[in-house]
Design a protein around this ligand. Structure first.
Ligand code: UTP
Length: 317
């Protein structure tokens, strides 16, 4: 079990304990790999992306995690369950290291699953969690959005929620040409370093229409008031029920804050970003990093030297 670094007071009536991990999307950007495999199960070095997300929630002290899954998402449920035959085989061999690796996912937290049915949008996925969450604030972590394990963004967001109530979103400054890919926040200062008040939100603004360069990234700490709003949120951009649209309602009431994040974040649902994630995290691994980084340097030097035969480069290791 990962040692929590949460700042929330355990047992306080408003302490956040539950996390919701939406993982029911279609993953069309990663086809054909995601035809039969959920994108959240794509391996990042040797763990599926969603395991990093659950580890992050556990590290922030959230011990109850609800995965919102859909059709073809059985692999997610199996990954966070015990694997009797595999465990028996590894135990018989005395391979305790691999046995721990197999058992770890199920030990991270109290993990629950619910099916979304039809992927009607992120807002709808969050609404599916209503019964499980009840009338308490809760965190939402997108299952394909990785925050580097060394960052403490979620703990900071939980701490801001403790002090300011309402809902808290994570914001990252992105290039103006990229902002149309995200929900975008109009903000005003609070006087606190790295914390802003969100005055308006717009999902994937048309080029030139973005109110700022602040993109909403896949971490939220939400007040349960969001459920009543989601119940009445009509389909928005892309015909989907958008979480951003519900948060826009709450922002108009002055109850949404943003924590500005300038650390390392990876969108593993995007092919190019996925590749960068794997390379980066592999280089950081004490067991793989030194040898892999050496190979990578040679490979990149080969590219810079204008090597034209791709096969030659790849077999150079
Ligand atoms: P994305 O915006 O990445 O959409 O969802 P997507 O459908 O999963 O993937 P692409 O764009 O087609 O490649 C952001 C997060 O919200 C979840 C996804 O699983 C992902 O974690 N989601 C999205 C749901 O759980 N349900 C939905 O209906 C939509």
């Amino acid at each position: 079990m990962i040692a929590p670094h949460s700042t929330a007071t355990p047992g306080s009536p408003r302490a956040v304990r539950k996390a919701v991990v939406p993982a029911a999307g279609l993953g069309t950007r990663f086809l054909p790999a995601t035809k039969a495999t959920p994108k959240e199960m794509l391996p990042v070095v040797d763990k599926p992306a969603i395991q990093y997300v659950v580890e992050e929630a556990a590290a922030a002290g959230l011990d109850d995690i609800l995965m919102v899954t859909g059709r073809h998402k059985r692999a997610i449920e199996d990954h966070f369950d015990s694997a009797f035959e595999l465990e028996q085989a590894l135990a018989a061999k005395g391979d305790t290291m691999r046995l721990d690796a197999v058992r770890d996912p199920a030990r991270l937290a109290d993990i629950h699953h619910i099916r979304q049915g039809d992927p009607l949008g992120l807002g709808h996925a969050v609404l599916c969690a209503r019964h499980h969450v009840g009338d308490q604030p809760f965190a939402v972590l997108l299952g394909d959005d990785l925050i580097d394990p060394r960052e403490t963004l979620l703990s900071r967001m939980l701490e801001v929620r403790e002090r300011r109530e309402g809902s808290v979103v994570a914001l990252m400054e992105v290039d103006p040409e990229q902002i149309h890919l995200y929900g975008c926040a109009a903000v005003e200062p609070t006087g606190e370093d790295g914390v802003v008040r969100v005055t308006a939100l717009v999902e994937k603004p048309a080029p030139g229409a973005a109110p700022s360069r602040y993109a909403v990234i896949g971490r939220y700490v939400l007040d349960p008031a969001v459920f009543d709003v989601l119940e009445h949120t009509p389909p928005g951009r892309g015909g989907e029920i958008q979480l951003t649209d519900a948060l826009q309602d709450l922002a108009a009431g002055g109850t949404v804050h943003g924590v500005v994040f300038d650390g390392l974040r990876y969108d593993t649902g995007d092919k190019a970003d996925y590749l960068r994630t794997v390379v980066r995290l592999a280089c950081d691994r004490p067991d793989l990093g030194p040898e892999f980084s050496r190979w990578l340097k040679e490979f990149v030097a080969g590219l810079a030297g204008g090597a034209s035969d791709g096969e030659e480069e790849c077999t150079a290791a």
